[in-house]
Design a protein around this ligand. Structure first.
Ligand code: ZN
Length: 132
């Protein structure tokens, strides 16, 4: 086994360890919205006024539809923000894990897993074989 393969496997073990400590996470993004209260004498009734806000809400696309969640209290919002941040961390770790696994696949030497029967009858039906 080469040193680089060992190093890659150590990286993968570290990523897997980090994945187990991500904690609660959820998809979506937290975006500000501005609303109008509807009172005619309020500033939000003026043309060009952005309205009241920002009110932060969580939006997430589920099967092509955007689902919105609002938060009753700042503590709920903070919790959701942390969960969304954790999801981004999770995704980042997954991308790294995929990348390191692909490197491992390329670095891993081929083991002789063919049975004697398979060696007798090599399959040539599946296109051209590429040899390095
Ligand atoms: Zn208003």
């Amino acid at each position: 086994m080469s040193d680089s393969l060992l190093a890659l496997e150590a990286q993968r073990a570290e990523l897997l360890r980090q994945l187990t400590s991500v904690g609660d996470f959820r998809r979506g993004s937290i975006t500000p919205t501005f609303g109008k209260c509807g009172k005619p004498n309020c500033h939000c009734a003026q043309p060009g006024d952005q309205g009241h806000g920002p009110n932060l809400r969580l939006t997430v696309r589920v099967k092509g539809k955007t689902v919105t969640e609002t938060f009753p209290a700042p503590a709920d919002l903070r919790k959701a923000q942390q969960e969304v941040t954790a999801f981004h961390h999770f995704q980042d770790l997954c991308q790294q894990l995929i990348a390191v696994n692909e490197k491992i696949c390329r670095a891993r030497p081929v083991e002789d897993t063919l049975s004697p029967q398979e060696k007798k009858r090599p399959k040539r039906s599946s296109g051209k074989s590429r040899t390095k």
